[in-house]
Design a protein around this ligand. Structure first.
Ligand SMILES: C[S@@+](CC[C@H](N)C(=O)[O-])C[C@H]1O[C@@H](n2cnc3c(N)ncnc32)[C@H](O)[C@@H]1O
Length: 223
C-alpha cells in the first residue's frame, strides 16, 4: 500500500494546478489566434470596401496597437459608421479581454456594421448601439479606459466634456481627424491642450492625424 505524506500530496496538487494553468493558457492563445486570423482574413477581403467615412487601414492598426500596449479593456467609440474602426478595436480587445460600446445614429450604417462584426467574428466583443451619441454619451456610466471619437466634429468638444469624467486614470481619449482643415480642428486641439487633467499629443506620422489625450494621474490625485 502506498502511503502519501503531506509533502507528496502537496507536490501532486501543485502539478495538477500547473498542468491546468498551462492547458488554459494554451486554449486561450489558440482562441485569440483563431479570432485574429478570422479578422485578418475579413480585413484583407474587405480592404477596398470602406466607403462610409471609415478610417484608413493604418489608423485602424494604430488604434489596435495602442489598446494592446496599454492593456485597455473598457472601450467606447462615438461614430461606428459601417464598423471598420470598431473591428480593429474589437480585434485588440479580444486579446486584452475587453469590450467595446460603439454608437451610430444612421440605421443603414448601423445594420451594415452589425453584419460586418458577425462576418469578422468579433460580435461578442461589441455592444453596438443605434442612438444619438449627443444623448447616449451623457447617459453611459463608464468607466472607460479607451475612447475613440469619430462622429460629428461640431460636437467633438462637448463629447470630450461629457466623457472626460468617466475615463479612468491612465486611460486615453483618441480624436480622429485631429489635423484636418475642413473643420475647426486647431481650436479643438487648443482646448484639449488647455486641460491640465489630460496630456495631449498629435500623431501625424503613423496616422492620418490622431490626437491622443491621456488622463493625467498626478493631476487627478494631487498630493
Ligand atoms: C467618420 S464616420 C465614422 C467612421 C468609423 N469610425 C469607421 O472608421 O469605420 C462618422 C459617423 O458618425 C455618425 N454620427 C454623426 N453624428 C452622430 C450622432 N449624433 N450620434 C451617433 N453617430 C453619429 C455618422 O452617421 C457617421 O456614420
Amino acid at each position: 500500500m502506498i502511503i502519501l505524506n503531506i509533502k507528496s500530496i502537496f507536490k501532486i496538487l501543485l502539478m495538477i494546478v500547473l498542468v491546468f494553468q498551462i492547458s488554459t493558457t494554451a486554449q486561450e492563445s489558440e482562441e485569440h489566434g483563431s479570432i485574429d486570423s478570422k479578422v485578418e482574413a475579413f480585413l484583407k477581403d474587405h480592404r477596398n470596401d470602406w466607403h462610409d467615412m471609415n478610417i484608413p487601414f493604418q489608423d485602424g492598426k494604430f488604434l489596435h496597437d495602442l489598446i494592446i500596449e496599454n492593456n485597455y479593456t473598457r472601450a467606447l467609440e462615438i461614430g461606428t459608421s459601417t464598423g471598420h474602426s470598431a473591428i480593429w478595436i474589437a480585434r485588440a480587445l479580444s486579446k486584452t479581454g475587453g469590450k467595446l460600446i460603439t454608437i451610430e445614429i444612421n440605421e443603414n450604417r448601423y445594420q451594415q456594421a452589425v453584419e460586418n462584426f458577425k462576418e469578422a467574428g468579433v460580435s461578442e466583443f461589441i455592444d453596438a448601439r443605434l442612438a444619438d451619441a449627443h444623448l447616449l454619451v451623457k447617459e453611459l456610466d463608464g468607466p472607460f479606459d479607451f475612447v475613440f471619437s469619430d462622429a460629428d466634429k461640431s460636437w467633438y468638444r462637448q463629447y470630450f466634456i461629457d466623457v472626460a469624467p468617466k475615463i479612468t486614470e491612465g486611460g486615453c481619449y483618441v480624436t480622429h481627424n485631429a489635423t484636418a482643415r475642413w473643420w475647426n480642428s486647431a481650436e479643438y486641439i487648443d482646448y484639449l491642450k488647455s486641460r491640465d487633467d489630460f496630456k495631449t499629443t498629435v500623431e501625424k506620422d503613423q496616422t492620418s492625424g490622431i490626437a491622443i489625450s491621456y488622463k493625467n494621474q498626478s493631476k487627478i490625485n494631487p498630493k
